[in-house]
Design a protein. Structure first.
Length: 114
């Protein structure tokens, strides 16, 4: 998994981190930083238009909520399907092994007691 240990600020200066950061955090933190930069560096004309700001905030919140809910739902469904499949496979394999064992064959044999 790729990690980052330093952040290059300028061509001659880089900031050394006291810990390593996973590059997967870029995917999670990227939208948050982009909204922060839009809020900070927008000009007055765009800042007066509250619809854009509201739309960005609502879009970010809804995207995060739907992503978490759908990810959890899909994860649970796939986990349940995999668990049931693995359990049924193991159970059937054990049953087949029991059927072909000698103990089961002896149990099936009928003895004539005279």
């Amino acid at each position: 998994m790729p990690v980052v240990t330093s952040i290059k600020i300028t061509p001659t200066y880089s900031y050394e981190l006291p810990f390593t950061l996973s590059r997967w955090l870029d995917i999670l933190i990227g939208p948050i930083y982009s909204c922060i930069f839009i809020f900070i560096f927008t000009n007055k004309k765009i800042q007066k238009n509250e619809d854009l700001t509201f739309s960005l905030a609502v879009g970010l919140a809804l995207g995060l909520a739907f992503g978490l809910v759908l990810g959890l739902a899909v994860g649970l469904v796939l986990g349940l399907a995999f668990g049931l499949t693995a359990g049924l496979t193991a159970g059937l394999a054990t049953l087949i092994k029991l059927i072909f064992s000698s103990r089961f064959k002896n149990w099936l044999l009928a003895e004539d007691k005279k």
